[in-house]
Design a protein around this ligand. Structure first.
Ligand SMILES: [Zn+2]
Ligand SMILES: [Zn+2]
Length: 292
């Protein structure tokens, strides 16, 4: 018989607080239960005192910028998600936002990017992203639009001197190719890093940051832990990507920034260092990567 605590809809318990405070470098508070103030207080109670709130479309990006203006603990990232850009261009009644029921073409994409550009200028917006390529959710008909949108976001990040947050799903080689063609911004973050150790070495050569999420704790993901092991300690970030990707042993239950300590402890154990050392590095890295 399942105990109440095993219920998949029950939030996992509060972990032991971290002694050294860190940031959740990538979260979506607008998709989580409860108010942002509650989520931030719960996170702060276990030493997760800062979050980067990431927008995925124009509306979500505005929301992120507003939240970051309201809360000291929040920094914003703004962008059209790589699955959103083709929806704006091609139209998609089943899209997550439901905003783009008719094909908008290049003019609609331009208009949306102009809004992202304006938001990127705000002081509380520390990053442009998540942008990049997603070949898992978007089919070949959207590839060119994703690449164009990715290039435009890279340009916006560089012009405003903001960090770039990359979403890369099943598109490692093309993401790196576009980055190198355009010239990566000085501060570039691979969110929810999903490559192997060889790719991590490539990223390290370019000084890019790798942000590890819940999957680094999943039993089958040996290649991801090998990547963590070879990433220079000064380029390691941590994130929840909540409400998605809840760390082991709570996989399948709702994720939120307060669960960062679970992933951080697994990462420290895998690297064979203490959790305070891991947290100290991550705290400094996140502040450096996002420039706050
Ligand atoms: Zn993502
Ligand atoms: Zn995300």
């Amino acid at each position: 018989m399942a105990k109440k605590d095993d219920d998949r809809s029950t939030p996992p318990p509060l972990p032991e607080p971290l002694a050294v405070a860190v940031a959740d470098s990538h979260t979506h508070l607008d998709m989580q239960d409860g108010t942002p103030a509650e989520g931030l207080a719960k996170a702060a109670s276990v030493g997760v005192t800062t979050v980067v709130q990431v927008g995925c479309d124009v509306r979500g990006s505005r929301w992120a910028a507003d939240l970051a203006a309201e809360f000291e603990a929040v920094h914003a990232a703004v962008a059209l998600h790589p699955n959103e850009a083709p929806r704006i261009f091609l139209g998609d009644p089943d899209g997550w936002s439901g905003q783009h029921r008719a094909p908008g073409g290049a003019a609609a994409l331009d208009e949306a990017l102009a809004e992202i550009d304006a938001l990127a200028a705000l002081p509380q917006v520390k990053a442009v992203g998540e942008t990049g390529l997603d070949y898992f959710r978007t089919g070949p008909e959207g590839t060119d639009i994703q690449k164009e949108s990715f290039r435009r976001h890279i340009e916006i990040a560089k012009r405003h001197g903001k960090a770039l947050v990359i979403h890369d799903r099943d598109a490692h080689e093309d993401v790196i190719a576009v980055l190198l063609e355009e010239g990566a911004p000085e501060r570039t973050v691979f969110h929810c890093y999903s490559g192997d150790a060889a790719m991590a070495r490539t990223c390290a050569e370019h000084g890019w940051y790798l942000s590890f999420a819940g999957p680094v704790t999943y039993k089958a993901n040996h290649a991801l832990r090998e990547a963590l092991a070879v990433t220079p300690l000064d380029r390691v970030l941590i994130e929840t990507d909540a409400p998605f990707l809840t760390p082991h042993p709570f996989r399948g239950r709702p994720n939120a920034p307060y669960l960062i300590p679970v992933t951080l402890r697994a990462m420290a154990a895998h690297r064979g260092i203490g959790e305070d050392e891991m947290a100290t590095a991550i705290a400094a890295n996140t502040a450096r990567a996002f420039g706050y």
